[in-house]
Write a protein that binds this ligand. Structure first.
Ligand code: G6P
Length: 381
C-alpha cells in the first residue's frame, strides 16, 4: 500500500492524531448529502444540518423505526453500546446490542419496525456479515455503518453510512472507532428529530456541540505525552480494572480492550455499581483501578464505588471531564478532558485511553501496530 507513517513512529500514533480531521469529515459527510427538500435553501441555513440521506434513508424510513438492534464485533461492538446509550436518551427508541458471533445462534427474534445496524470498520468481518444475512432472512431492514466503500457488509445492507476515517492500518482501531461514535450520535439525533422527540432548538444546540468536538479532540492529543507518567506506573501491572457507569462504562470497555490488545496486560472493564457483586474480590493492595468520570449525574455514585476499592488498597486513577468534582488526593493521577455535552463525552475520554495503550505497549517493547495473534480483519467465523 502507498500509505506511509510520515513523521510518526507507528500507524497507531498517526491514526490517533488524524482523529480531529476524520471526525470532522464524518460530521461534514452527514451534512453534505443531496437532499431535494433542503437543497434549495441550503444556502440559507445558518448552521450545518445533518441529513437522513447520509444514511441513504428518508425521513419516513427513520419514522418507521420502532426498535434498533446493533450487531458488531470487537471495538465496533463497543461503539454499539455508545449508540445505545445516546439513542435511548435522545430518541427514546430501544436499542439492543449483540455480538455478531452470538446473534445467529441466539434464536434471534426481530420485531416489525426493528432496524438492524451492523457496525464494521472493514465491512468484511465474517461474523458480522453472517449475522447481517440472517437478519435479512428474518425480514429486517438493515443499515450498515462501515468505513470501506463497496465492502461486503455495505453491499449486503439496505442502507449505508460511510464513516470517513480513511484507510486504517494499525490492528488496534482508533480513528475508525471515533468515527463510529460520531455516526452513532448523528443517527440518534436524526432519529430523535424524525420521531419528534427533540425540539428545533435542542437539535441545533446538539449539532453545534458536535461540530465543536473535533477541536476538543485536537486538545486531547496532548495526552500523547501527558499520559507517560501514568503509563510508566501501569506498565508492570498484571491486572488493571476500568470502572464507569452508563456511557462511562461503554467507553471503559473500549479502554480495557485497547490496553489488553497491544500491551498484553489483563484488563477488565466493570460497571461501577456491579463491582461489589464481583470484581471487588480481586482488589488487593496496589491493584490499579482507572475510573472514568464524565457523567455529572452519575459521578457521585461512581466516586463512592472508587472509595470502596481504595479502602481495600487499590491505587486509583481518574480520567474525568472538566467540572466533575473529585478529591484529588484519592487519585494517583487525575487526567482532565475538556467539557462537552455528556452524551458526547466518550469521544474525548477515549483519547487518553488510546494513548495509554500506545505508550504502555511501547514501554514494554512491543509493536503496537502488530499485536500477536490478532488480525485487522477477520474473514473467518
Ligand atoms: C478484529 C479486530 C478488531 C475489530 C474487529 C471488528 O477482531 O482485531 O480490532 O474491532 O475485528 O472489525 P470490523 O472491521 O468489523 O470493525
Amino acid at each position: 500500500s502507498q500509505i506511509h507513517k510520515g513523521e510518526y513512529l507507528h500507524f497507531m500514533e498517526k491514526e490517533i492524531f488524524e482523529q480531529p480531521k476524520v471526525v470532522k469529515d464524518t460530521l461534514l459527510y452527514a451534512c453534505n448529502q443531496e437532499n431535494e427538500e433542503t437543497a434549495g435553501n441550503a444556502g440559507n441555513s445558518e448552521y450545518p444540518e445533518f441529513s437522513y440521506e447520509a444514511f441513504s434513508m428518508t425521513e419516513k424510513d427513520f419514522q418507521e423505526i420502532s426498535r434498533v438492534r446493533v450487531i458488531a464485533c470487537g471495538s465496533a461492538y463497543h461503539a454499539g453500546w455508545v449508540l445505545k446509550s445516546v439513542c435511548e436518551s435522545l430518541a427514546r427508541v430501544p436499542v439492543q446490542v449483540e455480538l455478531a458471533s452470538e446473534f445467529r445462534y441466539n434464536h434471534p427474534i426481530l420485531e416489525k419496525g426493528e432496524l438492524v445496524i451492523s457496525i464494521s470498520q472493514s465491512g468484511e468481518t465474517a461474523d458480522t456479515l453472517a449475522a447481517l444475512k440472517e437478519a435479512k432472512k428474518l425480514g429486517a431492514k438493515t443499515l450498515s455503518i462501515v468505513n470501506v466503500k463497496g465492502s461486503a457488509i455495505a453491499r449486503e445492507s439496505d442502507f449505508v453510512f460511510y464513516t470517513q476515517a480513511g484507510p486504517e492500518i494499525a490492528v488496534a482501531t482508533t480513528k475508525a472507532y471515533s468515527c463510529q461514535l460520531a455516526a452513532g450520535y448523528i443517527f440518534s439525533l436524526l432519529l430523535a428529530k424524525a420521531k419528534g422527540k427533540i425540539s428545533k432548538e435542542e437539535t441545533r444546540s446538539l449539532t453545534e456541540e458536535l461540530f465543536l468536538l473535533p477541536g476538543k479532540i485536537q486538545q486531547c492529543l496532548s495526552f500523547d505525552q501527558e499520559i507517560l507518567p501514568m503509563a510508566k506506573e501501569l506498565k508492570d501491572a498484571d491486572n488493571i480494572f476500568f470502572l464507569g457507569r452508563g456511557l462511562d462504562w461503554a467507553i471503559s470497555m473500549e479502554g480495557a480492550l485497547k490496553l489488553k490488545e497491544i500491551s498484553y496486560i489483563h484488563c477488565e472493564s466493570y460497571s461501577s455499581g456491579e463491582l461489589k457483586h464481583g470484581t471487588i474480590s480481586l482488589i488487593e493492595k496496589g491493584s490499579p483501578v482507572i475510573g472514568l468520570l464524565s457523567q455529572e449525574e452519575l459521578a457521585g455514585k461512581s466516586i463512592s464505588n472508587i472509595h470502596e476499592v481504595r479502602s481495600r488498597g487499590a491505587k486509583c486513577f481518574a480520567i474525568r471531564m472538566e467540572d466533575i468534582a473529585i478529591e484529588e488526593e484519592d487519585f494517583a493521577h487525575n487526567l482532565i478532558v475538556p467539557k462537552t455535552h455528556p452524551l458526547f463525552a466518550g469521544s474525548l475520554l477515549v483519547l487518553p485511553l488510546q494513548f495509554l495503550s500506545y505508550q504502555v505497549s511501547l514501554l514494554k517493547g512491543f509493536d503496537p501496530d502488530k499485536p500477536r495473534n490478532l488480525a485487522k480483519s477477520v474473514t473467518v467465523e
